[in-house]
Design a protein. Sequence first.
Length: 277
Amino acid sequence: MFINLKILCVLFSSVLAINIAMNKTSQSQTSYIPDVYSETSKGEYTIKQGGIIRGSNVLKNIALIFTGGDFNDGGDYIEKVLSKKNVKASFFFTGDFYRCPDNKKLIKKLVKNGYYLGPHSDKHLLYCSWEKRDSLLITKDKFISDLLANYERMKPFGIIKENAAYFMPPYEWYNDSISTWTKELGLTLINFTPGTLSNADYTIPSMKNYQTSEEIFNSITDYERNNPEGLNGFFLLLHIGTHPDRKDKFYFRLEELIDFLEQRGYSFLRIDEMLNN
């Protein structure tokens, strides 16, 4: 009887150990995965969290991308430079930007001159936690209703979903779930290519991450010179406007930046051209 009881204890301990191991395995499969491990190549594109963040790194093409929400102070100047240099670009605006009467003239001009215009969410929502990216802050229904509301604001300018299927998420922050929901709507999520400080052109002096226009410009030129693939296939993100507290507006360096990139042999494509080539 003593031996049988001992055997039963051993068997119980083994089963318990197996269950603990299985639980740990299950937990590790659903745990948070750092961003650094989520970037993969798929054909000619670089994918991160299900979104395309870079085109072909073989071809010397760049997609200049401008996003807009609260501010548009650089809009007219940016369009003037792009027209002067005959450079193609893409613009992603929130629903609030599209519905603002002050932006109507600019948007019509951008459409008329053949730039790509797409959605940036209706209300510029934060989709997921900054600290733990896999933790959603919105429901699927809220995501869909907000994004479709963005498209409704685009319709008065002749922009329909079928012709504007690329989507730039608000805050340029998303996760695999957001990418999947985007795809289910027949759309493709894209994001800026990391490596430069171009997307920091919105920062103001009171922010810890403030970057001057000189620092931003140098980060782009240094990256181009110091990486074997340069800026090939880059989605270079800038903002069409910034807070009044930022006096050092990077968009005033746009023509200088274009000149540098053209001298280095780059061509500028709309995002749809970049990803359809």
